[in-house]
Design a protein around this ligand. Sequence first.
Ligand code: NAD
Length: 267
Amino acid sequence: MLTGKTALVTGSTRGLGAAAAAAFAAAGCNVMLNGFGEAEAIERQRAALAEEHGVTVGYHGADLAKLAEVEALFAAAEGISGAVDILVNNAVIRHFSSIDAFAPADWDRAVAVNLTAPFHLTRLALPGMRKRGWGRIVNISSVLGIGARSGRVDYVTTKTALLGLTRATAAETRGDGNVTCNAICPGSVLTPNTEIKIAELAKAEGLAPDAARREYLKRRKQPGDFIAPARIAELMLFLCRDESRDMTGGAIPIDSGRSASWLEEDT
Ligand code: NAD
């Protein structure tokens, strides 16, 4: 059912975005990759997806902090088949600082990449989706779009605001036939970014890798293991299939019950 659609996935050169790009390609979608990384590795990723799944896969290295580059990315994605049917706003930058010490330039860049770029891509995608009577926008928020942790003000604020963008988009598209916009709120996912944080924890506390993984999850009260990127990609696919056409404006947790149980007391 998704065969022949074109999906633009921002921040898809690694982590969850790369898993999403692979899932969309496997479902028969053409894909526009975006994000930073080593040129040869990105070309290997692009070529492998195209060859394995027989779809068109493009890459555009737009810096999402820059409006002209966001517009060029959208135009390039549209150039694949004449339409952007699926937009996944996934790219992220993160800073780790208290509010008092937060560098103003970091704040501006975080808002630009994590929130303003999704707004512009939504603005650019909607006219075509309305015209064709079919479109899917999936915004990747976080458990930190529902609650807060100290030292994460840019992330918490932009991930919360993405839920507002999701609802506003759903409100403006609900009469447009089969166009939906939903947000996904994952708990901790094992991506390169998480691996870096676990390695930092291991070094700071003198922990073995496995112990550091367990401690990382324990501090976040996430039971079991990390959420697998492939399972989040499956949820994205579901939100893009016709079966989910009546769901729009949602903020869907995929966090092993973390956000549902914040008020649970430790026993
Ligand atoms: P990641 O840091 O591994 O990858 C981020 C991607 O965004 C990379 O491809 C990077 O090149 C790209 N990017 C960063 N700045 C960019 C810019 N200015 N322009 C274009 N691309 C840019 O991230 P991840 O851990 O895979 O997370 C993916 C999404 O999932 C994010 O929206 C994140 O908030 C969300 N999420 C992740 C976790 C987790 O535990 N990893 C948990 C909850 C939510």
